[in-house]
Design a binder for this molecule. Structure first.
Ligand code: NAP
Length: 338
């Protein structure tokens, strides 16, 4: 395929970011069709990026448009499953932002539909495996530098969230990235989870329990503790330290100049996710475009989306029960044993 013609559903924050990178940064793709509930917004984005594209009548029309080779689903999470299933039915490649679906049963439906179709069509927007920091960590784990892995200490901090962000979203919207990347990093499966609530911050709104501490146990006995703190005030920060028998590997600080001034040494901390993973998003989307072009997707698959959803489901149960909850996983179809 020469140029991959992309149709995109949902032109919010990340949808626009992916349009910008496809039209201005990456190669081999063009945005040809857009759909958003807000048609004015779609038209504004076409004008802003000077796209040679049209606004589709509906998401379904866009998916079935013969001029669209691949679909991006970047609308709200609750809409993902229907659009991904429609794309599979149309035989179209589809890049779906996380989460693949908001329920485990919908993820299972997507997996079953893709397996039935017999050709891999779905890539899930888990971009951390494309981040150079995480890739370096994985290389050091895989080459035995730190010996057998014993523990992981991780943290996901945001400066603040809006008042529509609820306690369960700390798992389904935020922790979901850690659930995917840690499984990939450790090449291990989660078997049980526990969620602890320390003293809550007074800054969070009344319905949000913040912070949370999630404890994950893996099949090989590794324990990972992950802090999710979405009103930490000072900035956006992702931490991950993997402790092994012979040493530790940890993500580097995000590079920023060290300033010496006024009797202090300081370094700026990012305030949102866009810059932290900007290079990873570029690599991720370029990989999807290349995969569509040569008919072979390589990025996180629908099975990865299902595993993250099933683990998130156990975390949601653990939030309520306060107990250690098992992660139950259906048996992996041979289709995903690559
Ligand atoms: P957003 O800014 O709210 O954008 C969502 C867009 O989709 C809005 O323009 C919304 O229109 C539109 N929309 C809603 N329902 C739709 C439907 N049924 N059909 C078509 N368009 C619809 O959200 P966002 O932050 O971009 O997030 C979108 C998705 O990307 C979420 O699943 C989120 O978890 C994921 N995400 C991933 C990352 C990452 O790091 N990988 C980062 C950010 C977001 P209205 O505003 O009119 O409702």
């Amino acid at each position: 395929m020469s140029t991959v013609r992309i149709g995109i559903i949902g032109i919010g924050m990340i949808g626009e970011e992916h349009i910008r990178r496809c039209s201005q940064v990456l190669s081999g793709a063009e945005i040809v069709a857009l759909f958003d509930l807000n048609t004015d917004r779609a038209n504004d984005v076409i004008a802003k990026y000077s796209l040679d594209a049209h606004v589709a009548e509906s998401a379904e029309t866009l998916i079935h448009d013969p001029a669209v080779d691949a679909v991006f689903v970047t609308s709200w999470g609750g809409t993902h499953a229907a659009y991904v299933l429609e794309a599979i039915a149309a035989g179209k490649y589809v890049f779906c932002e996380k989460p693949l679906a908001t329920t485990v049963s919908d993820c299972e439906r997507i997996v079953a539909a893709e397996v039935d179709g017999g050709h891999r069509l779905v890539q899930v927007g888990f971009m951390r495996p494309y981040d150079s920091g995480y890739r370096d960590l994985k290389a050091r784990i895989d080459d035995g530098t730190i010996g057998e892995v014993l523990m992981v200490h991780a943290a996901h901090r945001n400066p603040s969230v809006g008042d529509t962000y609820t306690t369960d979203m700390a798992i389904t919207d935020t922790l979901i990235h850690e659930l995917d990347v840690l499984r990939w990093l450790l090449n291990d499966e989660f078997v049980s989870v526990q969620v602890l609530f320390p003293r809550g911050t007074s800054v969070a709104h009344a319905k949000l329990k913040d912070p949370q501490l999630v404890i994950l146990h893996t099949k090989r006995g590794v324990i990972a503790d992950i802090e999710v703190f979405v009103n930490c005030q000072y900035g956006y920060e992702i931490r991950c330290a993997v402790v092994g028998e012979k040493g530790e590997v940890a993500l580097p600080e995000f590079p920023a100049p060290v300033v010496r001034h006024g009797g202090a040494i300081s370094q700026t901390v990012l305030m949102d996710w866009k810059k932290r993973f900007i290079a990873a998003y570029d690599t991720e989307i370029q990989d999807f475009i290349n995969g569509v072009s040569d008919g072979k997707l390589r990025g996180p698959d629908a099975w990865a989306g299902y595993l993250a959803a099933a683990t998130a489901d156990a975390c949601l149960r653990a939030q309520i029960s306060g107990e250690i909850e098992p992660v139950s996983i259906i048996s992996r179809p041979d289709f995903y044993k690559h």
